[in-house]
Ligand binder design. Structure first.
Ligand code: NAP
Length: 372
């Protein structure tokens, strides 16, 4: 696969590269990013390699990331060529609850600010950044629909929401003939596969694309941290003062061990293998890269040009599998065989369900105690 093998963003006519350039690391305001000259190098290199998809947010590095993107795009006269995604939600004025959240007032305020910083009159893809837990679905939907009509955004997406929330919104949009959700943005990597249970099957069923964030678990999957007890030691964002998500867990260390072993066998870096696995996972549209240096970006761009053979992929899959939990244990083949009277049924297309991690046991002859 190459960076210029474009794919459509969910069920839309928008073409995007299989990797997207994340800009949370554009600017040093958050304590772990890159200066402007390095951000520019990354931006230019990504475009040279064929990338056309840029991800930012109004709050990244206090607006600096959007400003840089606006500057690079304007100076390079690149607006038509690029798909620019940005987001709204997080509060920007202490003491003013309406300068944050998912409501209509904040949505318009935030978008106007993003358009100014990005030096453009439209955003290609506008995300609700994270669910605020109470704004009604209908309010977000009708505002996004209006913004498409007004020409201020071309498409919209949802980030960091429960699956029921976006599924209900998409269903209402379809029923009411309103603009549909184009894509989701959620954390997804070998170390974080929870969205396989609900979000990915729902997205596939509803024609929504998926752009995973933190594909390297904030850097853990590069192998640059050494285990110390349960914690980690090493230079990088995860041991810095601004690290918010703890990635040093027993599960993640085990995943890393398998990843490092598979990477050695493939002669690739762990980052390249982790990204390749993710880009080729069902439902994934474009993986959002994060890099602090030009060398890191170069390493990550090398993730497309090889194929993980099935036996090694299987090792990655099982080594990073989620725990088997209810109700998904009802959808494994042997349980479904009991549903259909032990007759094998071939549906018109593979079902959009999560069936758990472990190999299915043989169909039990008799009902065991406690089984339904
Ligand atoms: N929607 C959301 O809620 C949300 C949340 C987070 C991110 N995002 C988006 O997703 C993008 C990517 O997220 P992320 O930055 O968390 O991705 P990530 O790939 O998981 O982590 C990136 C970090 O890992 C390290 N790294 C990356 N490549 C490396 C390599 N080849 N070798 C060694 N270290 C490497 C760097 O950190 P060091 O400083 O340690 O070197 C880099 O900043 C963001 O830019 C943003 O656009 C969205």
């Amino acid at each position: 696969m190459n960076l210029n093998e474009y794919t459509t963003l969910g069920r839309t006519g928008l073409r995007v590269s299989p990797l997207c350039l994340g800009t949370m690391t554009f600017g040093t305001e958050w304590g772990f990013g890159a200066e402007e000259n390095v951000s520019r190098q990354q931006f230019d290199r990504f475009l040279d390699a064929g990338g056309n998809f840029i991800d930012t947010a109004d709050g990244y590095t206090s607006g600096h990331a959007e400003e840089m993107v606006g500057k690079f795009v304007t100076e390079g006269k690149l607006r038509d060529r690029l798909v620019i995604a940005t987001k709204y939600t997080f509060g920007v004025q202490p003491g003013n609850p309406n300068a944050g959240g998912n409501g209509r007032k904040n949505l318009y305020r935030a978008l106007e600010g993003s358009l100014r910083r990005l030096k453009t009159d439209y955003v290609d893809l506008y995300y609700l950044h994270a669910w605020d837990t109470f704004t009604p679905i209908e309010e977000v939907l009708s505002t996004m629909d209006d913004l498409v009509s007004e020409g201020k955004i071309r498409y919209y997406g949802m980030s960091d929401t429960p699956a029921w929330y976006f599924a209900r919104m998409q269903t209402i949009a379809e029923k009411e003939g309103k603009e549909r959700i184009a894509t989701l943005q959620l954390e997804y990597s070998l170390a974080e596969r929870n969205i396989e249970r609900e979000h990915i099957p729902a997205a596939q069923e509803l024609g929504i694309g998926l752009c995973p964030w933190s594909p390297l678990a904030g850097g853990l999957l590069t192998g640059k941290y050494k285990r110390e007890g349960i914690s980690g030691k090493g230079e990088g964002r995860l041991t810095g003062p601004r690290s918010i998500f703890n990635k040093f867990t027993e599960h993640n260390w085990r995943v890393l061990e398998v990843l490092q072993d598979v990477s050695k066998k493939l002669g690739k870096t762990p980052a390249q293998v982790a990204l390749n696995w993710l880009v080729t996972q069902p439902g994934v549209t474009s993986v959002i890269l994060g890099a602090r240096t030009a060398a890191q970006l170069e390493d990550n761009l090398g993730s497309l040009a090889f194929t993980i053979p099935p036996d090694l992929r299987q090792r990655l899959d099982t080594g990073s599998a989620l725990e088997d939990v209810h109700p998904y244990n009802f959808y494994v083949p042997w349980m479904q065989a009991r549903v259909s009277g032990n007759v094998t049924v071939k549906p018109w297309r593979p079902a959009n369900i999560y069936v758990g991690a472990t190999a299915p046991p043989a169909v039990p002859e008799t009902k065991a105690a406690g089984e339904p």
